[in-house]
Design a protein around this ligand. Structure first.
Ligand SMILES: C[S@@+](CC[C@H](N)C(=O)[O-])C[C@H]1O[C@@H](n2cnc3c(N)ncnc32)[C@H](O)[C@@H]1O
Length: 332
């Protein structure tokens, strides 16, 4: 725990591959990882432990080729580690954008990353998987959002957008106004707010979980992870409780394996987030769960039981009809 706390207190250092002298050619040392969800590249899943975390981050995102030079408005980005999402100024609902202005095709399925941090993770997905979906990062630290949208403009991507918002307040309004279906929600290494009296500041609370599950399309998915066991367990308890509407992915996808405690062995995303890289470089384990919403694509066990019951009722009705018909024939 001490290591993890130190890790969480470490400053967020955001550097480009230019700054660290590491080129994408170094990636030959790295092994790509199987995935079930997105196209992936040769990313730093297995790495040379002589490299420090910022270097590993630069390597992982080298092919984005992001600039360190920002416009005046974005300026130098140095941000506080944790903000209190319950502060009055952060409880104001975010303005909903005109979705047709921010995405070329606002009817595509949407992926939302809650607490998108620097935004590089989502940028990489948007670049690697274009045309099939749109990407929305919700982040409570405004400077990170400004810089992420600056990068989006620089790269001229039209399938990704970042919003400065408190997900606890604005998630539902944002996704319900989006014209297309909600396909995937990720909550990756959320702020831990260690002290018990601060647990209410954690982003995953019952109202947000309800909104996510309500808004997901049938077959839509939610992926959560944390390097802090207590935080991961807290999130897991909320989503496990939705057993009527969510099924864990290992029940329906035989390529998604869990350990004995039910934590996924691998990430399906094809790229690690910055916090994940820092944590793994410190030797931390990442605790992951992925759920799929039941519905047209995959019925849950309660639904199957109901189907079986209705078949039984139907068969019973048929037998009664045959019996009655037999009696009627007998009388006439
Ligand atoms: C520990 S960082 C992880 C960032 C990124 N997901 C990663 O794994 O590298 C958690 C992020 O969530 C953001 N955050 C915390 N509470 C939030 C909230 N209520 N709404 C939106 N973002 C939030 C923080 O500002 C921070 O950028």
């Amino acid at each position: 725990m001490a290591t993890t706390r130190a890790l969480l207190k470490s400053p967020i250092i955001i550097s480009s591959s230019k700054a660290t002298n590491i080129t994408p050619n170094c990636l030959h040392k790295y092994i790509s990882k199987p995935h079930s969800f997105f196209r992936t590249n040769a990313s730093a899943y297995e790495y040379n432990d002589e490299k420090n975390s910022p270097q590993l981050v630069s390597l992982e995102y080298a092919d984005l080729n992001l600039t360190d030079k920002f416009c005046e408005e974005v300026g130098h980005v140095r941000v506080r580690q944790h903000v209190n999402p319950l502060r009055a100024q952060l409880m104001i609902p975010a303005q909903v954008p005109d979705w047709n202005n921010v995405f070329t095709d606002a009817t595509l399925p949407l992926m939302v990353d809650i607490g998108s941090g620097s935004g590089r993770f989502l940028l990489w997905l948007a670049k690697t998987n274009p045309h099939c979906r749109n990407y929305l990062g919700i982040e409570i630290r405004e400077k990170l959002v400004k810089r992420a949208n600056y990068w989006v403009d620089e790269l001229a991507f039209s399938n990704i957008h970042y919003i400065f918002a408190n997900a606890m307040v604005s998630f539902k309004q944002l996704v319900t106004t989006y014209p297309g279906p909600l396909k995937l929600v990720t909550i990756l290494c959320p702020d831990p707010h260690f002290k018990k009296k601060h647990h209410k500041r954690r982003v995953v609370q019952k109202p947000l979980v309800d909104s996510i599950v309500d808004c997901l399309m049938p077959g839509g998915q939610v992926f959560i992870q944390s390097d802090i066991f207590d935080v991961a367990l807290d999130m897991r308890n909320y989503f496990d409780a939705e057993e009527e509407r969510l099924v864990h992915i290992d029940n329906i996808d035989s390529t998604m394996h869990c350990n004995n405690e039910g934590w996924l062995l691998n990430s399906p995303l094809g790229i690690r987030t910055e916090r994940e890289i820092y944590a793994e470089n410190e030797g931390a384990q990442i605790y992951r769960r992925m759920y799929q919403k039941v519905g047209a694509i995959f019925p849950n066990s309660a639904f199957l039981a109901a189907m079986e019951l209705s078949v039984l009722v139907y068969e019973f009705q048929q037998r009664v009809i045959i019996l009655l018909q037999g009696k009627l024939d007998h009388h006439t």
